[in-house]
Design a protein around this ligand. Structure first.
Ligand code: DNO
Length: 355
């Protein structure tokens, strides 16, 4: 595996490449062209400039998170082919630039959903949290406003204000889309892009829906072992793969994370590893990465990745806000650096044990 950190680019991130370079064992970053909108073709010059900036700092661009999917593709409207063509052009350019892993998601309207961005924990750190009660009591149009004040002046991917201003319109767009339609539209998209992925050896890595159940009545399909294996079989090409995100699949306590990892052997192209602490099955907060701070056994998760021969990029995921850092919720430097170091420690121990 290659340990990486997500980086939002010098214009958007409070964390610098120099700082990332100084975290022991972190050799790459995962980034994207922030400022592009879903459906837009990425310019080759912009891709190369991003790559060069990262390489000049002594790191590699280990993959893209995300090339976002236009809603026309998700709902299957008549203009979807044009947006798929654009997506293919972007993939071709990424391939030509030597980038071989692309993370994306297929969630309608909202990307990942949290109801609090700064819940205080007993040690005074603040974390992202979710409680179903709050979602049930909320008008979806107010979702963005309810958390906007806690974003520390950053633009959180998936929660761009321009997109959120269109929430009502977006809901209308998905009115007739159920789980089966969403599956069919995802299959259509993947079948069209696979020849390009084969040509340029691009591993597509679908991110799970977070939380792993329907919110506000919207369909959500990338939520459990059965559905993800169904998707793997639907388009049975190794380039159709997965971002295994422990914190997202883990929102549903019925998901056995190490078992899911083992069942996805050969198809996990990217891993997000973090821990959650559950107060009730539908109220959880994002703990420190350490097993003892949350609900998951992080050793077992890393062991499962090791057992399937995982070689792709991995990153610590959302960190707590600690040591008075002010940053994008979940994406400060300090706790993610601790997370990377902890995961590297587990990996070293597992590797040595298996020698
Ligand atoms: C949240 C992230 C997600 C993820 C997208 C992938 O912090 O894990 O926003 O990047 O769902 O497309």
């Amino acid at each position: 595996m290659q340990m990486t950190l997500r980086w939002y680019g010098s214009k958007y991130d409070t964390v610098t490449l120099k700082q990332i370079r100084q975290i022991p064992g972190v050799t790459g970053v995962i980034s994207t062209l922030y400022g592009t909108i879903p459906g837009q073709v990425w310019e080759m010059d912009d891709i190369l400039a991003l790559k060069k900036e990262i390489e000049d700092a002594g790191l590699s661009l280990a993959g893209i998170e995300s090339v976002n999917i236009h809603d026309a593709i998700k709902v299957g409207s008549p203009d979807r082919d044009m947006y798929i063509d654009n997506y293919i052009t972007t993939l071709e350019r990424l391939g030509q630039a030597g980038i071989h892993m692309v993370c994306y998601n297929f969630m309608p309207v909202f990307d990942w959903t949290r109801t609090e961005l700064a819940r205080m924990r007993p040690d005074g750190s603040t974390v992202l949290a979710y409680t179903q009660k709050a979602v049930d009591a909320l008008d979806p149009e107010k979702m963005f406003d309810s958390i906007a004040g806690e974003m520390n002046g950053t633009v959180m991917p998936g929660w761009e204000p321009e997109r959120m201003a269109r929430v009502k319109e977006l809901f209308a767009l998905y009115k007739d889309v159920d789980d089966e339609k969403l599956f069919a539209n995802l299959k259509y998209f993947l079948e069209r892009i696979m020849p390009t992925c084969d040509k340029y050896d691009i591993n597509m890595a679908i991110h799970p829906d977070d939380p792993a159940w329907s919110v506000f009545g919207l369909p959500r399909i990338i939520i459990n072992k059965e559905n993800i294996l169904r998707l793997m079989q639907m388009v049975d090409n190794p380039h159709n793969g997965v971002t295994f995100c422990s914190g997202s699949y883990g929102t549903n306590l019925d998901n056995d994370l190490p078992d899911m990892i083992r069942s996805l052997k050969g198809r996990i192209h990217f891993a997000h590893v973090r821990n959650l602490k559950f107060n009730t099955p539908t109220d959880f907060e994002e703990a420190a990465h350490l097993s003892s701070d949350g609900t998951f056994d992080m050793y077992e998760i890393m062991l499962a990745l090791y057992d399937i021969g995982f070689t792709g990029p991995i990153r610590p995921d959302h960190g707590r806000m600690i040591w008075d850092e002010v940053a994008m919720p979940g994406y400060g430097l300090y706790d993610r650096a601790l997370g990377a170091t902890y995961l590297n420690g587990l990996w070293e121990a597992i590797e040595k044990q298996h020698r």
